[in-house]
Design a protein around this ligand. Structure first.
Ligand code: UDP
Ligand code: MG
Length: 329
């Protein structure tokens, strides 16, 4: 995108938020001055079923700034679905997604835009190793990216977060991906286009607690792996072949001992151990298959990614696909 073509462009910022009442005002205080230097902008808060005063706080800040919009979900649908709702509703020439807890510094946005004007379609961020993050978080995060890169065909940069800029074309492609289990961290590099990464040091969460517990992170990692790869199924087959071969060799050995020597292979303990071991492997493999079948099941139902309780922004007419245009509140 050449800079001449887009001197007067509109920047859209999508912020998914879940129980972040203490973070809205501090975020606005830093985000709005950055965005005001551009011709036009909008900030779309996607309230992911917060149970605190997040929505009221947004409505209050909306009073003083007409560029602020919101969508509020009927319940918690998860971070990725909140991003999807954002993509469905924004109209900017470039779209920025960022967390609402100030871990993603708004001051980085001018760098995003610079790169975009240079012609990049996607500007993603790579989190620099942050010693202030908990040891567990760093360890799980590193393990997660190594594992997913090894198992899937795509390359997700280590420490990639949902803090990025998308060109309008890319945002349109992404929003039309309708798979039930969304994983934008993998989908964005998978798309191709002209991409560039910039590194940044994440800040500490301003207020409140992380919404990603260990359990949620494991579920997220599983989604990431099974969304992009059939390798776990293939590894199961290899497992099967390996153990069948092992049993065959051991059987041959037992027969040999019985017929050609004076002794036999002793003991029920070895039988029990191998039965338990093979049984365990079988259950794991069944679990892996179950995971994929479960995904098919969810996919086949075609349920919506999110349900909106209220919003003050309509799906832009030129972007309406299957959903009906709804009246504004
Ligand atoms: N979030 C959300 N829905 C969820 C969980 C998180 O919209 O179910 C939002 C959250 O409010 C924040 C962003 O997603 O703006 C990232 O979440 P968080 O900061 O808890 O994750 P972490 O930075 O600890 O990985
Ligand atoms: Mg955070």
């Amino acid at each position: 995108m050449s800079s001449d073509q887009f001197k007067e462009f509109k920047v859209s910022v999508i912020v998914p938020i879940y129980n972040e009442e203490g973070n809205i005002s501090p975020l606005m205080d830093r985000l709005v001055p950055v965005l005001q230097q551009y011709h036009d902008y909008e900030i779309l808060f996607v309230d992911d079923g917060s149970r605190d005063h997040t929505l009221e706080t947004i409505k209050n800040s909306k009073e003083s700034n007409s560029h602020i919009h919101y969508i509020s979900f009927a319940r918690n649908f998860g971070h990725q679905n909140a991003l999807k709702a954002g993509l469905d509703h924004v109209t900017g020439d470039c779209v920025i997604t960022m967390d609402g807890d100030l871990q993603h510094p708004p001051e980085l946005i001018p760098q995003f835009i610079e790169k975009w004007l240079e012609g990049y379609d996607v500007v993603y961020t790579i989190r620099r190793e942050d010693t202030r993050l908990s040891f567990l978080k760093r360890l799980t995060s590193r393990f997660f990216y190594r594992l997913i890169n090894r198992l899937s065909g795509i390359h997700i940069p280590e420490g990639a977060a949902d803090f990025r800029l998308l060109d309008r074309n890319v945002a349109d492609v992404l929003k039309d991906i309708r798979e039930y289990h969304l994983f934008y961290r993998g989908l964005t590099p998978w798309l191709g286009f002209h991409q560039i990464g910039i590194t940044y040091l994440p800040e500490e969460r301003f207020s409140g607690q992380t919404k990603y517990s260990l359990r949620k992170m494991i579920a997220f990692a599983l989604t990431g792996i099974t969304s992009f790869s059939l390798k776990p199924l293939r590894i199961s087959v290899l497992f099967g072949v390996f153990f069948a071969l092992l049993a065959f060799i051991y059987g041959g050995y037992a027969l040999y001992m019985k017929f050609f020597t004076q002794s036999t292979v002793p003991g029920w303990a070895s039988v029990l151990i191998s039965v338990l071991f093979i049984g365990g492997i079988q259950l794991i493999v069944l679990g892996i298959i179950g995971e994929y079948i479960g995904k098919l099941f969810m996919e086949s139902k075609h349920r919506p990614h999110y349900i909106i309780k209220e919003k003050n922004v309509a799906i832009p007419p030129r972007f309406v696909t299957q959903e009906k245009q709804e009246p504004l509140k």
